[in-house]
Design a protein around this ligand. Sequence first.
Ligand code: SAM
Length: 281
Amino acid sequence: MPKEIKNKKINQERLLPLDLPTKKDSNKVSQKQEDIEDEKPPFETTTLWDYPKQSYGKKPKGDNKFQGVTPAFIIWNMIQRYTKPGDLVVDPMAGSGTTVDVCEEEGRKVIGYDINPQHPKVIKNDSRKIPLEDNSVDMVFIDSPYGDNVNYSDDPRDIGKISAEDPKFYEELEKVAREIYRILKPGKVIGWLIGDQWVKRKFTPVGFKIYEMLMDKVGFEPIDIICVARRNQSSNTRIWHYRAKKFNFFLRGFKYLIIAKKPEGKKVNRRPKKVQWRRYK
Ligand SMILES: C[S@@+](CC[C@H](N)C(=O)[O-])C[C@H]1O[C@@H](n2cnc3c(N)ncnc32)[C@H](O)[C@@H]1O
């Protein structure tokens, strides 16, 4: 059997149990209940992810009332691709504990830190220093502040107190990124969720700046960038859509999930490959 077909078959087998209900039942009501309990997110195969709700399944993941809570689907997809059961996942800014809840349900070991924990298992810590050994972690997921748009706490160490227009914002996040780099095992992956800013008629490409910091300053190697649709935002109201039209600006429609890895060994300078573009007919 050709290799691609063989691989496709493996992927199908991996996906099907997640999409289909597990038990045949003639009682439609109890079947529906079971589907909700067994519900798992779709395994994403493109770079565009869009979720109508924050969580899935019976047990909540994180707190959907927490401002800035991460869609649990993102973390689920990250750990499916880049970890296996028993691996250690770390979230240095775990807030209401979405990463903790997703990882526990999927049989991963997990440590969540936050300057202002909102979940009993999240440990209080300023993540510019992470109390873990070098090369000890299998994956890191982080959904950092995107600037000073959300008031997470009164703690002056909260990086969300610094404007994304201020270079200090990136300097402080770079300290967190360097710690993440230190604790990750070589070849292992970080997922960093980040959004751009448009405030007082000024656009700040926060995502590009974080990307540049991660790759050029800290030394991560890019894997990909996912575009995650932004939903349930405070600006998703008629008045904001009206203002966006009247004053000719755009409301934020997506965030970036930057996926990168800590290099396994010394960097090899590869020659750029010539791309064969296909043309429209
Ligand atoms: C976007 S929220 C994270 C949401 C979280 N993933 C969840 O689902 O609930 C950003 C978090 O960064 C935390 N934070 C800000 N500065 C920090 C620091 N220096 N060290 C650790 N956490 C920090 C905030 O307290 C906030 O909870």
